[in-house]
Design a protein around this ligand. Structure first.
Ligand code: ADP
Ligand code: MG
Length: 691
């Protein structure tokens, strides 16, 4: 028992051959304990028996050879390179070491070596720089199948393998009972802990196919372990969190109807359902943590407003955290309109306020004069205290990190009551994925767009064939409607063949010479951007050339066209978000996705799917198929990589049923085993888990 506990905790200090430098490098790839090391699984196995055919080799391709060293020499100069010439089937391959010559001092002429790397054709010779090298001694059989680890090039494969070998030996020599009992192993159809480790790191089969089958089975074991550990933490902390107390808001049917009747539109069924869900959780007496997912333009803001309304009616305060100042101003306007017939004080707090204004707003937050505050991260400063905070709303939730969320929660004003939390998100993800990733959250989907919406006509357009596009832009502008023109870069970038804001601006000014155009991007000053966006909102300008800064929130119903330059450079989710900037009123809207001729087939298929799909959930599924969920979600968007070390979104989807069906058994494990599982995957509290 003692050993097992120490194993997960034991750090790497006592490792032989592991100095502070290696330790630091291991830390950079997320390894600080023995268990991290052993669970640092290879990405795939390499078949080292398949030698490259030198007569058929392509420039800059991966290759592997066995040959004899025929010559060793150093180049001249201040920092000489170490060069080897190697005879491979009577062809000569040159190997170059640019630094760390000392590391290769064991190499001698006539030695037989196996080496692998990227091969380049130089004038009349093949060259490989810094290959992986193994010396073939007389009697030694070389390993045929070896794992490949993603080390960010911080450590050599050999070095990492030797550390892992040591850790594995250490573990396998000590008593090591599996956390999972035989019943669970059978149910999940996975190997024992030690066997799984061995099959991942030290394939024993000489047959590549067989070794891969074992590797996949071993990897699956750890994927499931990690996901089950993740779910375990979420369910534990949901339980703990549910024990907290929170405010029961005053919610009365006639006051609700009064509010709804004043809206300039009729709520969709989906919006009504979402409001009902939210009301229910506001009445339970324990704090809500609810994720409200709805496609761009589905009308989440008004739902947030109704939630805030209950808070104010209950003599409490609501805060709405938004990612940009533009959105701050926009929400202020929306909220003030929605609440115009009520005596409710709504203000904004953001970075670029005059300091006297800021001071008085902060004071009014503290004395309770302000009922609803719409704020950027400026609200997170320590000195800002609420009189009585009842509800936290985080808009565009994926734009915020976990630390910011926690800072906001810490602003609670009553020790007895936690504020309720509502997260708004427009990144639709497939249901099975969200069930695992968001286990601890209540979850509402708005899956309906307001009735007046017309499907946005989406067209792919080749970079060189823009005549149709310009014609249509002319029409749109004649109609007094407006255009967003999005670029992936602000400035000219030599390494990228991408359109950039200032270049497109100049071009458009010339092309449409009697039209007013502004630009908007993060390098322009705050004031300038404010002017640009206000000009656009008020209709003073017809085209806004911008970066993805407009991706979140911006609501200009008169904008009916969005043009995206180099659209293949964006993720589908992002393109979908961008497209959501138009089609917000009842006019027919257009989205032009421009692509370069050099586009790859898969990239083309990807953006092409936007032509036929307008539903964010469908697009999510499509993108999953085409590129995998990791890329769809992006790191930042899902906080995904912070939560899980090895399991990918695809792993979640593939193993969804298994995870769901084995949850019970995991909950039945004794406490010590549960703790071990959680510790092994370093999942401590829910606060560590990023939404
Ligand atoms: P998102 O969900 O992307 O945040 P918004 O809340 O900004 O969407 O709403 C988009 C637009 O749709 C706004 O102009 C809003 O006034 C309008 N809207 C919201 N709900 C409805 C509805 N039920 N019917 C018609 N228009 C609506
Ligand atoms: Mg919104």
């Amino acid at each position: 028992m003692h050993n097992k506990k120490r194993l997960d905790d034991k750090d790497l200090e006592s490792f032989p051959g592991l100095g502070p430098k290696s330790k630091l490098k291991l830390l950079q790839i997320g390894i600080s304990r023995i268990s991290d090391l052993i669970l640092f699984l290879p990405s795939f196995l390499i078949d080292k028996t398949k030698m490259t055919d030198i007569s058929n080799v392509e420039n800059a391709s991966k290759c592997i050879f066995i040959g004899n060293i025929t010559k060793i020499f150093k180049t001249k100069g201040f920092k000489p390179h170490l060069m080897l010439l190697v005879n491979v089937d009577d062809d000569i391959i040159q190997i170059r070491f640019i630094h760390k010559i000392i590391m290769y001092s064991k190499l001698r002429v006539d030695m037989k070596i196996r080496f692998s790397g990227i091969i380049y054709r130089r004038r009349n010779i093949f060259e490989i720089i810094h290959p992986e090298i193994e010396i073939i001694h007389d009697n030694k059989n070389l390993e045929k199948i070896i794992p490949y680890y993603k080390t960010k090039k911080l450590l050599s494969q050999n070095k990492l393998r030797s550390f892992i070998k040591y850790a594995y030996d250490y573990i396998s020599q000590n008593p090591n009972e599996d956390i999972f009992n035989a019943g669970i192993l059978a149910k999940l159809n996975i190997p024992h802990y030690l066997k799984a480790l061995k099959d991942c790191h030290f394939p024993s089969s000489q047959d590549y196919t067989k070794a891969n089958i074992d590797f996949e089975a071993g990897r699956k074991r750890f994927v499931l372990e990690e996901l089950l550990a993740y779910k375990l933490v979420l369910s534990q902390s949901k339980k703990a969190f549910g024990k907290n107390k929170s405010y029961k808001f005053i919610i009365e049917e006639d006051m609700k109807q009064d509010f709804i009747k004043n809206l300039p539109f009729e709520l969709t069924y989906s919006q009504c359902d979402a409001i009902n869900d939210i009301e229910k959780s506001f009445l339970t007496g324990s704090p809500t943590k609810r994720l409200l997912q709805g496609d761009v333009g589905s009308g989440k803001t008004v739902v947030a407003a109704i939630a805030s309304y209950y808070v104010v009616k209950s003599n409490l305060q609501a805060v709405i955290l938004v990612p940009t100042e533009i959105l701050c101003d926009q929400h202020l306007e929306t909220f003030r309109k929605l609440f115009s017939s009520y005596d409710i004080k709504i203000e904004v707090l953001k970075g670029n306020l005059k300091s006297s204004t800021k001071k008085s707003i902060i004071a009014e937050i503290q004395d309770g004069t302000i009922n609803i505050i719409i704020a950027t991260h400026a609200i997170l400063q320590k000195n800002i205290i609420f009189q009585k905070l009842g509800l936290i709303i985080i808009d565009e939730q994926h734009k915020f990190g976990i630390k910011q969320r926690i800072k906001l929660i810490q602003k609670k004003t009553s020790a007895a009551n936690e504020p309720h939390q509502l997260f708004l998100s427009a990144t639709p993800i497939p249901r099975s994925l969200s069930l695992v990733l968001y286990e601890g959250l209540d979850y509402t989907i708005i899956d309906e767009l307001p009735k007046n919406r017309k499907t946005i006509k989406t067209k792919l357009s080749k970079n060189s064939e823009r005549n149709d596009l310009y014609e249509n832009i002319n029409k749109i502008i004649k109609n007094n409607e407006q255009v967003f023109w999005v670029c992936s870069c602000i400035d000219y970038t030599e390494s990228l063949e991408a359109e950039y804001v200032s270049g497109v601006y100049d071009f458009l000014c010339e092309k449409f010479n009697n039209i007013k155009i502004n630009i908007l991007h993060s390098k322009a000053g705050n004031n300038e951007n404010k002017k640009s966006i206000n000009n656009f909102i008020s209709g003073k300008t017809q085209i806004l050339v911008c970066t993805t800064m407009i991706e979140v929130g911006v609501d200009v119903p008169n904008a009916t066209c969005i043009v995206v330059e180099d659209s293949e450079r964006f993720g589908l989710a992002q393109l979908h978000q961008l497209r959501g900037r138009v089609g917000r009123g009842n006019k027919q809207s257009y989205c032009y996705l421009i692509y370069k001729e050099s586009i790859s087939e898969t990239a083309y298929a990807r953006i092409k799917s936007l032509e036929s799909h307008s539903n964010g959930f469908k697009i999510a599924e499509e993108d999953l198929k085409l590129r995998g969920a990791g890329e769809y979600l992006g790191n930042r968007q899902s906080g995904y990589n912070d939560n899980l070390k090895i399991a990918s979104p695809e792993d979640i989807i593939v193993n969804f049923d298994l995870i769901k069906n084995s949850q019970k058994e995991i909950l039945l494990l004794d406490k010590e085993k549960k703790d071990m599982l959680i510790k092994r995957w370093r999942k401590n509290t829910q606060e560590e888990i990023q939404l």
